[in-house]
Write a protein that binds this ligand. Structure first.
Ligand SMILES: NC(=O)c1ccc[n+]([C@@H]2O[C@H](COP(=O)([O-])OP(=O)(O)OC[C@H]3O[C@@H](n4cnc5c(N)ncnc54)[C@H](O)[C@@H]3O)[C@@H](O)[C@H]2O)c1
Length: 543
């Protein structure tokens, strides 16, 4: 809010009034200080503002201020641009991809920038329908409130991709970037099919200059390829490509977006590139302090995202490797991690031993990094990062082996309750959750597995247990049909039901609704002598 341009005025008659002089339009609305009235009025401001834009009135930002005097009205002044001699227009943002990144990120931009219109588009009709419903397609603490506040006001979700791309000034692309399953780089390289489709669509429908922002995590130098697609397929339209990788963590996405450690924007070092960087920087500057907005060249921004995820995953594999040694020597990994983390050069975060990391990003991004290193003739560097994944796989199988060997070397026909299936707490996301490998390992030994997770449906669990490696990272309606075999698992909506008559349980300390296997949780199996079940009870505890 630029207070220099704000004026408050008394509206004695207590009714909304619009007035205009010298190109300045004012909307005066009675206000008793209640936020619901402000909310209702903000709607009216925005619809008026939109009308002015649609009618091609010269208009720019919207300024709101609560009167500090005894005035009972709220005044809004539309800067018609005539005052400053410039014509400005409402910034329109379109985000291609309404997933775990596109959805929350755009909702927060809409909330923090009421004068920006944000439309999220997707090829998945089901996803868009859910974003427009009471039951959002993803669970994320705080997301509901943000969406409800902005939806229909300056935040919209649509499947009309072409229309909204054509209208937008800034286009974020936040589509899937799965690991390739065939061809060159299979099993490691990123498959950029969805990105390429989005870029071709942008080139096809754009009739005016656009800023295209890489929000998906992509291999370094992707912007160069995207630029080629856009330039070769456009008809005289100028595109500026920016890299603006997303660092949010699922489960705390809204908190992270409200208060990011940093926002990274990479662009071309040309005058046009710098202008585009500034335009995007202005959007974030609505709520992110300037010193937290880092600008770099394109390649640094692209590579920083892969490197950041590799470093985070590496810490988890490091502490998990130490956990194996702790178990062999009688040291307690939690005590060791605490002692290590007290060193300010190391710090305490991401130092809890666990069954291994999961989620859609860490493994995929490290594989991507490995492939890039190999392509640049750096096999030693590639192998170094590959080992982070190897330790992660080792930790998951080590965990299953310990459970099985501790139960007289077989879990056949033994009921094992799994409390929590998503890859970490406060999310319903099951992509690459270690629970999949753990359940598959136990099922391989013919255990009777009963799963409880309040945020994950039975259909999702069955799909996860049946899908082939890497197939999960495609839009749901395009996922390969590998999910044919129904696994003999029971899924329950009741945590107590899951544990009834069990021989063993895998759960968090509370034993209720949280996730057992998280990137930050520590797990260890410990025998409960108090158990009255026929065999020993095993609790896999998270710290
Ligand atoms: N999930 C995270 O925590 C996270 C964090 C940072 C970065 N990323 C990266 O962000 C990107 C998106 O991740 P996500 O978790 O949001 O994935 P997601 O699968 O939840 O969402 C991607 C969406 O893109 C849609 N889509 C695909 N192609 C499209 C097209 N051509 N036009 C319109 N819509 C299209 C899909 O239908 C899907 O809804 C990935 O590159 C991922 O690596 C993810």
């Amino acid at each position: 809010m630029k207070s220099g341009l704000v004026r408050t005025e008394r509206n004695p008659c207590g009714r909304a009034a619009i007035s205009g002089r010298n190109g300045v339009r004012k909307l005066l609305i009675p206000w008793n200080g209640s936020s619901s009235i402000v909310d209702a009025n903000v709607d009216r401001f925005l619809s008026l503002q939109q009308r002015m834009v649609d009618e091609q009135s010269t208009t720019g930002e919207i300024y709101l201020q609560k009167s500090t005097s005894s005035c009972s009205s709220l005044a809004v002044i539309f800067d018609a641009g005539l005052m400053s001699g410039r014509r400005s227009k409402m910034v329109k943002i379109c985000c291609v991809g309404a997933g775990y990144v596109g959805g929350p990120t755009m909702a927060v931009i809409a909330l923090k920038c009421p004068a920006v219109e944000v439309v999220v588009v997707d090829i998945s009709v089901a996803r868009i329908t859910a974003w427009n419903s009471e039951q959002l397609p993803i669970y994320e603490p705080g997301l509901d409130g943000v969406v409800k506040h902005c939806r229909g006001r300056n935040l919209f979700s649509s499947t009309d991709i072409e229309k909204h791309i054509a209208r937008a000034d800034i286009i974020f692309v936040s589509v899937n970037t799965p690991t390739k399953t065939r061809g060159l780089g299979a099993g490691k390289a990123a498959d950029l099919t969805y990105w390429e489709n989005a870029a071709r669509m942008i080139a096809d429908v754009a009739k005016a200059d656009k800023i295209v922002v890489e929000k998906s995590t992509v291999p370094v130098k992707t912007a160069e390829a995207i630029e080629k697609i856009l330039i070769h397929n456009s008809r005289g339209v100028n595109f500026q490509i920016l890299s603006n990788p997303e660092f949010l963590a699922e489960g705390t996405a809204i908190k992270d977006l409200f208060n990011p450690d940093r926002v990274l924007i990479g662009g071309r070092e040309t005058p046009e590139g710098k202008k585009a960087v500034q335009a995007l920087k202005q959007v974030y500057a609505n709520w992110v302090p300037e010193d937290r907005i880092i600008t770099t060249n394109l390649w640094s921004a692209e590579l920083s995202k892969l490197a950041a995820n590799a470093f985070l995953a590496q810490r988890i594999s490091s502490v998990n490797a130490i956990s194996a040694l702790c178990e062999a020597t009688g040291a307690d990994v939690a005590e060791v991690a605490y002692a290590i983390g007290k060193d300010t050069r190391i710090g305490p975060r991401f130092l809890s031993a666990s069954v291994g990391f999961g989620g859609s990003c860490f493994q995929k991004d490290i594989l991507n990094l490995v492939y890039i290193c190999e392509c640049h003739g750096l096999p030693e560097v590639a192998n170094y990062w590959k080992d982070v994944i190897k330790i992660n796989d080792y930790q998951k199988s080590r965990f299953v082996n310990r459970v099985v060997s501790s139960m007289f070397n077989t879990v056949s026909e033994k009921k094992i309750a799994v409390l929590g299936f998503a890859f970490k707490k406060d999310t319903g996301d099951t992509r690459e959750t270690p629970a999949i490998d753990v359940c598959k390992g136990l099922l391989g030994d013919k255990a009777k597995v009963c799963i409880y997770d309040p945020q994950v449906t039975e259909e999702q669990i069955q799909r996860d247990l049946a899908l082939n490696k890497f197939d999960w990272d495609h839009p749901v309606h395009l996922q390969p049909m590998s999910a044919t075999e129904v696994k003999p698992v029971a899924v329950t909506r009741d945590a107590y039901e899951a544990t009834k008559g069990r021989t063993a349980s895998a759960s968090s300390p509370s034993g209720t609704s949280s996730r057992s296997w998280t990137t930050s949780g520590s797990t260890r199996a410990c025998r409960s002598r108090r158990s009255c079940s026929t065999a020993a009870t095993w609790w896999i505890r998270r710290r």
